[in-house]
Design a protein around this ligand. Structure first.
Ligand code: CA
Length: 256
């Protein structure tokens, strides 16, 4: 066994408190235990809630780095928990577990703000890869050098990666973790056109080939929040047959 290595916060002593905390809300005991076993191997601190009511209480009363949430639960169901978590915190990442791919469209269509999803039955390898990717992205803003944490301004849009806040004309915009990552990605590269597959790679990060419609639904949600008229977007524009780009005000070529 390799002895656990805890990330030090610079004080010199390894500190258990910096272990990332994951809440697993899953009523199927075997699945919950399997997830816990593998995530503990990766040095995450894992808590299991085995019904929806307990899960909701844990989710909103404590601080988590990630919530893994089964869709079908006794008591409060996964959709309702996700909704309540998002009312409570815009930033905690939520990874949904779904039983059927038909439920996937429901999740994506409902604008719940889940950050990622895994369809059952899933391989543990796939799940842990997703978990690592989500937590790595969430931590990027903490670990990145100051240069990369600077505020980015594009026209009337300001994005602050250090606080993960965004404003349009100084008006704060409430974004989910994924919407923020997507917006920040565009804002760092104004004028550059991204294909959907590229956005999946850069923002979602792992094995999402074939889920290009996920990009579309997130772009639509983002537009509803940052555009004056989401039906006629001025900030994140569609480049027909290619993908999307953030319009660069300096280049100022309307109607590309
Ligand atoms: Ca279940």
């Amino acid at each position: 066994m390799v002895s656990p290595v805890y990330k030090s916060n610079g004080a010199g002593n390894g500190n258990l408190a910096v272990r990332q905390r994951i809440l697993v809300i899953e009523d199927e005991r075997d699945i919950a235990n399997l997830i816990r076993l593998h995530l503990r191997d990766l040095e995450y601190a894992v808590t299991i809630a085995s019904d929806g009511n307990a899960g909701l209480r844990e989710a909103i009363n404590k601080t988590w780095d990630l919530i893994i949430l089964d869709l079908r639960l006794p008591g409060t169901d996964g959709l309702e928990i996700c909704r309540r978590v998002r009312q409570n915190s815009q930033t905690v990442p939520v990874l949904m577990l779904t039983s059927k791919s038909s439920e996937l469209d429901r999740i994506l269509g409902l604008e719940l703000g889940a950050d990622d999803y895994v369809t059952k039955p899933f391989s543990v390898l796939e799940l842990t890869a997703r978990v690592k990717a989500i937590l790595r992205r969430a931590r990027l803003t903490v670990d990145e050098p100051a240069r990369l944490q600077r505020k980015v301004r594009v026209g009337e849009l300001t994005i602050n990666p250090a606080t993960r806040n965004a404003t349009v004309r100084d008006r704060p915009v409430e974004l989910t973790a994924k919407e923020f990552d997507l917006l920040f990605h565009f804002a760092r590269n104004p004028g550059r056109v991204f294909r959907r597959a590229e956005l999946l790679d850069s923002v979602w990060g792992y094995g999402h080939a074939g889920y290009e419609h996920t990009v579309n639904s997130h772009i639509n949600r983002l537009r509803a929040k940052i555009e004056d008229d989401p039906a006629h977007p001025e900030r994140i524009v569609t480049v027909w047959g290619v993908g999307y780009k953030m319009r660069s005000p300096a280049a100022g070529h309307p109607g590309s």
